[in-house]
Design a binder for this molecule. Structure first.
Ligand code: FAD
Length: 389
């Protein structure tokens, strides 16, 4: 299987007529690495027989986190659409690694956008090369979609902020070196860089999940955890705006990740349909199976086009929040249908084979994480209702 396929190459040619060959070189080299080093490991990441740490580090060494960042910080300075497609490829190779990496990169984007010169110079090189790993700590035990009601506090005391509270469902927690933490000061939700290990920073038990098992998820607990004043990101009280903007970009990438999951479930289904026989014929000859194949393929292509469209709107510097949300809603919900159809096409083997039903289990997270489908539909509708023409 070529993870970076002829279809991807053609889309790059359409989107970037002048530079597509250079971009395709980057994507095909990353795709080849993923095919060899990540895809075969994926069932073991799901079963817990292998750890994500070493292959993720190797992937960072291949430049996975450098793609959309400026050259002055060690990035490749390539368009966001190229990065989003790289995450699609990684979603095909292993969804849990794609989740871990996209959250890491979202933190790097936050530091680039809202951090000061010293924060960028101190953190970005490590994040872009993957020498350090990042984690994004917004959700709390009692506040998710309604993040503005966070209870975690940061009190200013003698040149430091003292953080108390906890964050729930945090990806990369326990492994990360850099945490982007959102906590309330007197001026409202604010954003901090917390370097680990730190006094007063501890983690709950690893959470047991339905899917995305290669990535680690923990509660993060702050008990009098101190960060120096200079680790405040941007303006005090603006943390909620920063979190929203980071999440808008991440939603495009999550859409891409889901297209990657769908594509592998689809490819497996197509191969199985051709090989499995019933009533003396290949099941691929039955119209009801063919209808599933047609719907799966159409859904995947539509979702891919929409995340690429949202990426291009972002690249143009326009407001892309609604397009990002549309892309995420379509791709995540399509992915659930595609992975469900994949189980159906595989019959009893679909229900009993980890390596097949894990695609549905992995995809299931992402109508919830990084903005639920319900909340994103509200965002899309709000913008539409406010539009004048
Ligand atoms: C595996 C995993 C990894 C995660 N990683 C991270 C991470 O790295 N960092 C981080 O900060 N968070 C992370 N999260 C948290 C994730 O982003 C939240 O779970 C998500 O935002 C939803 O919040 P919640 O779980 O509190 O659900 P709630 O907000 O309590 O929502 C519960 C239900 O109510 C619905 N609902 C809420 N408000 C409305 C409304 N106004 N109208 C209609 N329906 C509504 C929701 O759509 C949902 O169906 C992760 C979660 C998981 C499961």
């Amino acid at each position: 299987m070529a993870i970076y396929s002829a279809e991807h190459r053609r889309l790059m040619r359409m989107l970037h007529p002048a530079d597509h060959q250079d971009y395709s070189e980057v994507l095909s080299s990353l795709g080849a690495f993923m095919e060899k080093e990540v895809l075969p490991l994926s069932p073991k990441l799901d079963s817990g027989e292998a750890s994500i740490a070493a292959p993720r580090r190797a992937l960072f060494e291949q430049g996975m986190s450098r793609i959309p960042f400026p050259a002055e910080y060690g990035g490749l300075g390539l368009p966001f659409s190229v990065y989003a497609m790289a995450v699609e490829l990684l979603g095909t190779a292993d969804a849990s690694m794609a989740l871990s990496v996209e959250i890491h990169n979202a933190v790097a984007e936050g530091v680039l956008k809202f951090g000061n010169k010293a924060q960028k110079e101190g953190r970005l090189e490590g994040l872009l090369t993957g020498k350090t790993l990042a984690s994004f700590a917004l959700t709390e035990p009692a506040s998710g979609s309604d993040a503005g009601t966070m209870a975690t506090s940061a009190e200013r005391k003698a040149g430091e902020f003292v953080i108390n509270g906890s964050k729930m469902f945090i990806t990369n927690a326990g492994e990360a070196d850099v945490y982007l933490v959102f906590a309330k000061t007197k001026k409202g939700p604010s954003c901090f860089i917390l370097d680990a290990p730190a006094k007063g920073l501890t983690f709950g038990q690893e959470l047991k999940k339905l899917g995305m098992k290669g990535s680690k998820t923990h509660e993060v607990i702050f008990s009098g955890c101190t960060v120096p004043e200079e680790n405040l990101v941007g303006e005090e009280g603006k943390g909620a705006d920063y979190a929203k903007e980071i999440l808008h970009g991440a939603r495009i990438v999550v859409a891409a990740l889901n297209v990657g999951i769908s594509r592998l479930a689809y490819d497996k289904s197509l191969a199985y349909a051709k090989e499995r026989k019933a009533f003396g014929r290949s099941i691929s000859e039955f119209q009801l199976v063919r209808a599933k194949v047609a719907d799966m393929k159409t859904g995947i292509d539509a979702a891919r086009l929409l995340y690429l469209y949202a990426s291009r709107v972002k690249e143009m510097g326009d407001d892309f929040a609604s397009e990002a949300s549309q892309a995420k809603v379509l791709a995540t919900e399509t992915s659930l249908r595609v992975c469900d159809d994949a189980i159906q096409i595989h019959g009893g083997y679909g229900y009993t084979t980890d390596d097949l039903h894990r695609h549905w289990r992995d995809a299931r997270l992402l109508t919830i994480g990084e903005g639920t489908s319900e909340v994103l539909r509200m965002l899309i509708a709000k913008r539409e209702m406010a539009r004048e023409s």
